[in-house]
Design a binder for this molecule. Structure first.
Ligand code: SF4
Length: 280
């Protein structure tokens, strides 16, 4: 892995909100009165437009995200049909799916439809999970990650920091992620919403950078800074690359707007960082 190159990825919320789970950091849970846009079945044309736009900006991967605990027959059909059609239009774009808990059989269907990676985050350490979610177990999340590996999809797993966990919890969390030998580790920084039960993070920017450095010391692969990059690091977000991150999400996030892709591309140019042209 060439760490001088930065991997760009894009995410697309193809079904938003209305989730029955109670993850206390998530604006898509129906348990909290968040003011996000909620919809089902985003049209293929809209998804294709987003994919083309971000692919032209340099995104190598495009992630099809659905809210909710996991896949069911309807969702599996919808995601796999979208994947098949996208693959025909943009054959070089790497497709990632992020649809929650998934069985080996469901993941096989996704793989056959053109999905090459599956994202399922452990979110935090097993010992802390009950503090942030009570409607499903951390173990279920881990098992889905194992299923991803068993069907031969690339595994993208990470989580979210700044939820009130301490260093010890983050250490446990990172070791748990590494036990799965993922291809890529996305780290989100908690973005507070007034309707969510978890208060604003007490992490400082320096602490955030230290967290990335710590992970880089343990992991040689792709570390992606995803949600919260702009809101947490602000104008200092370029420092994430010095700390060891080598991948970012460009464009919008699931329920919050990102900075423009052109702005990110300019920052990378000023830092003299090259954009990766392939996922290898
Ligand atoms: S299961 Fe996923 S979509 Fe649902 S509340 Fe938890 S993180 Fe949000």
């Amino acid at each position: 892995m060439n760490n001088n190159k930065i991997f760009l990825c894009a995410i697309n919320n193809i079904e938003s909100g209305g989730c029955s789970e109670d993850c206390k950091f998530c604006t898509q849970s129906s348990r909290y009165q968040t003011d996000i846009e909620k919809y089902k079945n985003k049209s293929f044309e809209q998804i294709l437009n987003d994919a083309k736009f971000l692919n032209e900006k340099g995104a190598l991967g495009f992630c099809l995200v659905t809210a909710g605990k996991g896949l069911n027959d309807r969702k599996l059909k919808y995601v796999s049909q979208i994947a098949e059609k996208l693959k025909k239009e943009l054959p070089d774009l790497n497709l990632i799916a992020c649809n929650g808990t998934a069985s080996v059989e469901q993941l096989r269907v996704l793989k056959n439809s053109g999905i090459s990676s599956y994202n399922h985050n452990l979110e935090s350490a097993e010992s802390f999970y009950n503090e942030i979610c009570t409607t499903h177990t951390w173990r279920e999340r881990y098992e889905t990650c194992e299923n991803v590996k068993n069907v031969g999809l690339n595994l993208c797993t990470g989580g979210i920091v700044g939820l009130g966990e301490n260093d010890e919890v983050r250490e446990e969390f990172f070791n748990e992620i590494l036990s799965l030998e993922p291809n890529s580790i996305p780290i989100n920084f908690y973005h507070h919403n007034e309707a969510l039960p978890i208060p604003k993070t007490d992490l400082t920017i320096n602490k955030g950078l230290e967290i990335i450095k710590n992970l880089r010391n343990k992991f040689n692969g792709r570390i992606m800074i995803a949600g919260g990059r702009e809101s947490f690091f602000g104008e200092n977000d370029w420092q994430i690359f010095q700390a060891g991150a080598n991948s970012i999400v460009i464009g919008n996030y699931l329920t919050t707007k990102g900075i423009s892709a052109d702005h990110d591309l300019n920052v990378l140019k000023k830092l003299n960082l090259k954009i990766a042209k392939s996922c290898q």
